[in-house]
Design a protein around this ligand. Structure first.
Ligand code: NAD
Ligand code: MG
Length: 388
């Protein structure tokens, strides 16, 4: 990577991670330049961002908005493309140093693979890519000498704790979880929770899908699978601990029993900045943590009988093959249905469970298998929604 300005492509620039990444870049104009911006449908914000950051090109997924974006950016000499293929192809441009995958869901897989094959380093927010095809994607990154820098706060914490320790084996990691808005609730209580309650995360403001994943604790399950591939761990080396204050972002335990943790106030701009500036730590004026405001940091076990999504993710991680891919697809369908008021909160794990159990596993899957299973699992999950 060049030591001068880093040219960043942001996939999903209009989302929660994307907009925060642009705040980091705006605060460090001497270090970063925006080369590419992409968004699925929020044309107005994409136009506004492009006019401010002057990327080489902007891509809108929704083709019906192509003319709108093109007309708005024509005078600024910014190239505009539209559609799914353009979203994936744009990462290959010669001038890009790092691709920040801040788009949500399975849609992140193809552009990430294309970016790795083009030799781009990845700042990975899109955890679904590693959940679905972590083995294949990390092997590809190795083959192309590409680094994957984690953006997810827990994985950034582990990555920060590993500085100077890469030659030392990890015994175990603990991913911390806030517990979400329904921490401590019983199965019966979860039966009556509403969408508005599920969308109110106690510590983080994030996109809708990950916010619901946090309420079901599927988010932590996806992170367990993500951690396995990022840090080359066996499933039994990864544990989850509930830490409601979200100050300790995760912990590594080494083979001498020593534990290192990374802490700070919950703010995604820090892990975003660490990922795109690595190995530098650059000055940031983010609010500092004050111990006296948090006289007690507390920890609890997780109840995987109540939060069944987390249990299913642990099991999918153990079994491997295409099960995590099926789990992810069924979860995307179920969460979308919940966000559209089509199902209740507790239907989410039900839809996922019955979808996974209808699909035969494939060991050592190839790329086509992941696309095939994603499509099949979505179809089955949609059927389960209607017969629920
Ligand atoms: P978001 O919903 O706020 O934004 C998603 C972005 O992706 C938008 O720019 C949207 O236009 C784009 N997008 C959506 N569907 C697309 C598609 N099919 N093709 C191309 N682009 C598409 O989501 P977010 O909260 O920013 O999360 C993004 C990713 O980062 C997710 O994988 C999430 O798990 C991960 N993540 C988010 C946070 C957070 O604090 N928000 C923290 C850790 C990890
Ligand atoms: Mg996280």
């Amino acid at each position: 990577m060049s030591s001068q300005k880093r040219n960043i492509a942001i996939l999903g620039s209009t989302g929660s991670i994307g907009t925060q990444a642009l705040e980091v870049i705006a605060a460090n104009p001497d270090r970063f330049a925006v080369e590419v911006l992409t968004a699925q449908s929020n044309a107005d914000l994409l136009i506004q961002q492009a006019l401010q950051f002057k990327p080489n090109c902007a891509v809108i997924g929704d083709e019906s908005k192509y003319n709108l974006v093109k007309d708005a950016l024509w005078a600024a000499d910014i190239k505009v493309f539209a559609g799914k293929e353009a979203l994936a192809q744009v990462v290959e441009a010669e001038s890009i140093d790092i691709v920040l995958t801040a788009l949500v869901g399975f849609a992140g897989l193809e552009p990430t693979i294309r970016a790795i094959k083009a030799g781009k380093h990845i700042a990975l927010a899109n955890k679904e890519t590693l959940v679905v095809a972590g083995e294949l994607v990390t092997a590809l990154a190795k083959e192309h000498a590409v680094n994957i820098y984690p953006v997810d706060s827990e994985h950034s914490a582990i990555f920060q704790c590993m500085a100077g320790e890469w030659h030392n084996p990890i015994e175990k990691i603990y991913l911390t979880a806030s517990g979400g808005p329904f921490r401590g609730k019983s199965h019966e209580e979860l039966a009556n929770v509403t969408k508005a309650q599920a969308l109110k995360h106690p510590n983080w403001s994030m996109g809708a899908k990950i916010t619901i994943d946090s309420a079901t604790m599927m988010n932590k399950g996806l992170e367990v699978i993500e951690a396995r591939w990022l840090f080359h761990l066996r499933p039994e080396q990864i544990d989850v601990i509930v830490h409601p204050q979200s100050i300790i972002h995760s912990i590594v335990q080494f083979t001498d029993g020593s534990m290192k943790a990374q802490m700070g106030l919950p703010d995604m701009k820090l892990p975003i900045q660490y990922a795109i500036a690595y190995p530098e730590r650059i000055y940031a004026d983010f609010p500092r943590f004050n111990f006296l405001n948090y006289p007690s940091l507390t920890f609890e076990g997780v109840n995987t009988e109540v939060f069944r999504c987390l249990k299913m993710a642990f099991e999918a991680n153990e079994v491997g093959g295409i099960v995590p891919c099926a789990l992810n697809a069924a979860n995307e369908v179920a969460v979308d249905a919940f966000l559209h008021d089509r199902i209740h909160f507790l239907d989410i794990p039900m839809v996922i469970e019955s979808t996974i159990s209808s699909i035969a596993n494939i060991q050592n899957p190839q790329l086509d298998d992941y696309f095939g299973v994603d499509e099949l699992a979505r179809k089955i999950a949609c059927e389960k929604l209607s017969i629920r």
